[in-house]
Design a protein around this ligand. Structure first.
Ligand SMILES: C[S@@+](CC[C@H](N)C(=O)[O-])C[C@H]1O[C@@H](n2cnc3c(N)ncnc32)[C@H](O)[C@@H]1O
Length: 216
């Protein structure tokens, strides 16, 4: 039977944020996504040693990256006070290299709040929550403006798989459309590095995610 793949979160609610953090303690597949991002950061001669994460959540990716890459500073952006508090607790050991920025990726000039220069912008499982191709495209455009020349964008997010018989929420769309939006924003070398937990027939909301990369 045809199903609808999508979910509404209440990220501003303390209990919902905590429940999300407990439910989504990283699995081996999600760690593979994090490590794909970390490997790219390590291998790329970044134009600046400052990394920005969009939709930081409880700080799982940040914790792993800060443990593995000692020479960078890190800025975690989120609009949710409870998520920023969870992240601050998790990342307390890295406080000297960290900055938290509270901003809404929709309808706010969030780029003005980011410290520059920026060498890499990263994100996992977050931009689909913006709810549309247009909002994701606008975020890509701001990322392109914020990144220094040679900087990279790595977005590991839920997508709609090619050939699916199901309906997906509008924030989850095809990899090919993401690549188009990245090119439209001015990025070069837009590509999909990996597609994880592919499931066409009976997908859950935590399957079918890809790591997209693009260069300024
Ligand atoms: C599904 S969680 C993912 C958290 C984290 N990136 C991870 O992979 O564990 C999405 C995060 O994006 C944040 N978020 C969603 N919409 C946002 C918006 N419009 N502006 C800023 N942050 C947003 C939420 O508060 C939440 O922390």
């Amino acid at each position: 039977m045809k199903k609808f793949v999508g979910v509404q979160h209440q990220f501003h609610d303390n209990q919902c944020a905590l429940d999300w953090a407990n439910r989504f303690v990283p699995t081996p597949e999600r760690l593979q996504l994090f490590d794909t991002i970390i490997q790219q950061i390590r291998e790329t001669p970044l134009p600046a040693a400052h990394i920005v994460e969009l939709g930081l959540g409880p700080g799982y990716l940040a914790e792993r990256l800060l443990q593995h890459i000692p020479q960078v500073t890190y800025e975690g952006l989120d609009f949710s006070t409870p998520m920023l508090e969870l992240a601050a607790t998790r990342l307390a050991a890295h406080r000297s290299r960290l900055r938290f920025t509270q901003a809404d990726l929709i309808g706010e000039n969030w780029g003005a709040k980011i410290s520059r220069p920026v060498g890499a912008i990263i994100s996992t499982w977050a931009l689909h929550d913006l709810g549309s191709e247009a909002h994701t495209g606008q975020v890509y455009q701001t990322c392109h403006r914020l990144l220094a020349r040679g900087g990279i964008l790595l977005n590991g997010d839920f997508v709609k798989p090619e050939g699916t018989p199901h309906d997906y929420e509008a924030g989850r769309f095809l990899v090919s459309r993401h690549l188009e939006l990245l090119r439209d924003a001015g990025f070069r070398d837009a590509q999909c590095l990996v597609f994880l937990e592919p499931e066409l027939e009976n997908p859950t909301t935590a399957q079918n995610y890809a790591c997209l990369k693009a260069v300024v």
